[in-house]
Design a binder for this molecule. Sequence first.
Ligand code: PGA
Length: 253
Amino acid sequence: MRNKLIVANWKMYKTIQETRAFLEQFRSFSFPAHVEAWIAVPFTALHAAVSYVKEHRLPIKIGAQNIHQEKEGAFTGEISGVMLEEAGAHFAIIGHSERRKWFHENDMLVQAKIRGALLSGIAPLLCVGESKEERESGEIEQVLSFQLATALQGLPPPAAGQFIIAYEPLWAIGTGNTATPDLAQEAHRICRAFLARHWGAAVSQKVSLLYGGSVKPDNVRSLISEPDIDGALVGGASLDAHNFGQLILKVKG
Ligand code: PGA
């Protein structure tokens, strides 16, 4: 049985002070044991968030939203897995569609970043998803399989809990156009079937697959009731502690 996992993606929101204020409010929520909450904060808030969570013994994992593939080097402005690990990050989002779009990250770079993360003990949270045009022309299976095949090429099967995949259709991110549970399930089924071919059926059953794209407190339950949807990657609805807490409380076993 895979735990349910809800991951906040704060994007370029929240200062250190705002991060502490969020956690102060968020810690009043207590969640069922089978539901995990992770938060991907901006780099500058990593250390403060990790310290807060440790100090208050909160069962929350803190991560980053990007990572550089090398351990160190002359790469002005970049942050490595070694640095993230030292700051206490548990995971890093890799290949989010906003990074693919605005920072021209392609599937080969995504693959390199996944390797870099694993070498530093950071769990990759890989994002895949199709555009509106690709969906309309019926290419979903090809698009998802290509993204996964390139990103995971040559990678050994991960340890349980050390590799997360988020299916985030581009047309659903930040638009309010959430995928219907049926449509999301079909994409997740495609991803899990790919993992079964790539790593074997047993491993494919251990990898958590999240849905992302306009997840809100009022639609989360129907999405994660689907058999292959193990949780959600939440942008806008994760920024307010009360709203995010309510969203997690909607998750049932
Ligand atoms: P959204 O963002 O929930 O605001 O649609 C999701 C994401 O970009 O990960």
